[in-house]
Design a protein around this ligand. Structure first.
Ligand SMILES: C[S@@+](CC[C@H](N)C(=O)[O-])C[C@H]1O[C@@H](n2cnc3c(N)ncnc32)[C@H](O)[C@@H]1O
Length: 237
């Protein structure tokens, strides 16, 4: 299996200062997980653990932990888990390394926790296409028959917004430039792919829509970098 994407993420998180708001997507929970809550709360049974898959530095995991009893923040980059453990030590979130494309690890986690609800923001859009089927298979295992998934992913059109922002000046959107410095590939897919990847793993889309990622980067004219996202609520029963 090609391990380079794991290495790219590990080097991204290793390079990043351990402070809130340094990653371009690290928006305040009030405009992120807490704002997304009305989209998924009627579907998330309160007695199931909540997984924040691809949790990064754990900003959104910590917000989820104020709403749900047991939250696990999972990321395949050990350096991301170090950020999360340092920044969110008081949150009560259990942070662990976990690779969503490792279906055996997903089965072991389901064995441990039973069915789970899943919050996932910004993970599938940047993943190499050949890994997406395994990622979706793991999601189906983790959801089991009673869990629900809330996934918010960059829309394919975000790629044009990013290109336009970067082209505005040599030092425009420095936080977004960090992503490319580490060979990461945001919005690397086509319209409908999110839904197609999930349904191919027998995950059923219950609801969907669009929202805006309020980036932490600023354009040369002072405007915030906003990026279009697609969201779905889905289950595997
Ligand atoms: C764009 S960041 C989003 C972080 C976080 N979800 C947020 O909204 O702040 C994507 C995260 O997914 C993680 N990631 C990417 N592929 C993964 C995989 N296969 N398994 C687990 N984590 C993954 C990366 O290390 C990174 O922290």
């Amino acid at each position: 299996m090609d391990q380079s994407v794991n290495g790219n993420w590990q080097s991204f998180w290793t390079d990043l200062p351990k402070e809130r708001g340094q990653a371009v997507w690290d928006s305040e929970p009030s405009v992120t997980a807490t704002a997304h809550l009305p989209l998924f709360e009627q579907h998330f049974a309160v007695d199931l653990p909540v997984l924040d898959i691809g949790c990064g530095n754990g900003t959104q995991s910590a917000a989820l932990a104020t709403l749900y009893q047991r939250v696990l923040g999972l990321d395949f980059a050990p350096a991301a888990i170090e950020h999360a453990a340092a920044l969110q030590a008081e949150s009560g979130v259990e942070f662990r390394t976990f690779d969503l494309t490792d279906t055996a690890a997903a089965r072991a986690l389901h064995e441990e926790l039973g069915d789970t609800n899943i919050y996932m923001r910004g993970v599938l859009h940047q993943m190499p296409d050949e890994r997406r089927a395994d990622a979706a298979a793991s999601l189906a295992v983790l959801l089991g028959t009673t869990g629900h998934l809330f996934a918010a992913e960059l829309s394919p059109t975000a790629g044009d917004t990013i290109k336009d922002a970067i082209s505005q000046s040599a030092d425009a959107v420095p936080k977004m430039r960090q992503v490319f410095k580490h060979n990461l590939t945001p919005a690397a897919w086509q319209e409908g792919k999110l839904e197609a990847v999930l349904t191919a793993a027998d995950i059923t889309i219950v609801q969907s829509g669009s929202l805006i990622l309020q980036g932490t980067d600023t354009l040369p004219n002072g405007d915030r970098l906003d990026l279009p996202m697609t969201w779905v609520v889905a289950n595997a029963n």
